[in-house]
Design a protein around this ligand. Structure first.
Ligand SMILES: Nc1ncnc2c1ncn2[C@@H]1O[C@H](COP(=O)(O)OP(=O)(O)O)[C@@H](O)[C@H]1O
Ligand SMILES: [Mg+2]
Length: 311
């Protein structure tokens, strides 16, 4: 857990009369109340079933589970390492999957099957490019997900606890607006982007010396991860998409038997909603920093989750 999150958990434990002890160099926290002991880990509270967490951390498994119960989720195909998992898939089958998916869609997203924070998620526009990325990703991952590229109009993150939605925010992709004088580099430097690989990778794809025209809008990434510089905008309950996003998140959460999770949902240019992924570790460090009143909102969510943990 990030230091800020740890501090928040300590504050909540104090308010709820929970004794908290750090174990294993901060890898685990032991929580004790009324003779009951619970553990929280790196990013997850000891609250979801093991198998539900395993499914959620696996993009392709999530796809199959939700699809089998008719929950709209973006299409996925999986590719297994042809050396380590040769019982599942030969090299020839991998090439067939790549070319048939490419023929169907033209633009393909390739990502580690168990990845997070947008790291190593690539958009490819040719079979050659897909093959190159797949080969590269197979060095560090034993399976890779392939999805058609969707034109995402909006992307939402939903905080889900026991069949209820606690918060929905929209992720606004990072962008700058030109003034006709400043270079992209200068405009980007004013954004206060997080310092990490994902941001660096996004920026490496841009010509930072380019001087955008006055009022020209330049998006810095096609991905919506806060870790890549996107910003959160809270969706109020009376917003017209709230009910729709809420309904789909609850269906998805229940289908996976999740107790505490985040559900990412996309809205396409055709006004359709699909689940993108589910996370059983509910991280909210960037949200709490970036959203107005973010820290208080996250504290309330974690407080409810911790109360649930001891029920
Ligand atoms: N098939 C897709 N079509 C369009 N955009 C996508 C697709 N898959 C992922 N993205 C974009 O990339 C981001 C990261 O992908 P995601 O599957 O959530 O991986 P991670 O677990 O690393 O966050 C998403 O938030 C979304 O904006
Ligand atoms: Mg994601």
């Amino acid at each position: 857990m990030k230091q800020e999150t740890v501090e928040l958990i300590y504050e909540i434990c104090k308010e709820l009369n929970i004794k908290i002890e750090e174990l294993s160099y901060g890898w685990i926290y032991k929580l004790t109340k009324d003779g009951k002991i619970r553990y929280i880990g790196r990013k997850s509270f000891d609250i979801n079933n093991v198998e539900s967490s395993i499914i959620a951390s696996d993009k392709y498994a999530t796809y199959e589970v939700l699809k089998s119960q008719n929950i709209p989720i973006i299409e996925h195909k999986i590719i297994f390492d042809p050396e380590k998992r040769k019982d599942y898939m030969s090299k020839k089958e991998i090439i067939d999957i790549i070319s048939s998916e490419f023929m169907k869609n033209g633009k393909i997203v390739v990502k580690p099957n168990t990845g997070e924070t947008g790291k190593d998620v690539f958009r490819c526009c040719s079979i050659k490019e897909i093959e190159k990325i797949v080969k590269e990703l197979l060095k560090n991952n034993s399976s890779i997900s392939i999805c058609p590229y969707y034109d995402i109009k909006n992307e939402y993150r939903v905080f889900y606890l026991r069949g209820e939605v606690l918060l929905i925010y929209k992720k606004i992709k990072p962008f700058v607006i030109g003034d006709g004088k400043s270079s992209l580099k200068e405009l980007v430097s004013k954004l206060n982007l997080p310092k990490n690989d994902v941001v660096e990778e996004n920026l490496s794809k841009l010509d930072l010396n380019y001087i955008p025209e006055n009022k020209e809008k330049i998006e810095l990434s096609w991905k919506h991860n806060l870790s890549g510089g996107a910003t959160p905008k809270i969706i109020e309950k009376n917003d017209k998409v709230y009910k729709e996003v809420e309904r789909l998140a609850i269906k998805a959460g229940k289908t996976l038997n999740m107790i505490f999770a985040t559900v990412d949902i996309i809205e396409t240019d055709k006004d359709s909603f699909y689940v993108l992924e589910i996370n059983s570790g509910v991280g909210a460090t960037l949200f709490s920093k970036l959203a107005p009143n973010g820290k208080k909102i996250v504290k309330d969510i974690y407080k409810k989750a911790l109360e649930n943990l001891f029920e």
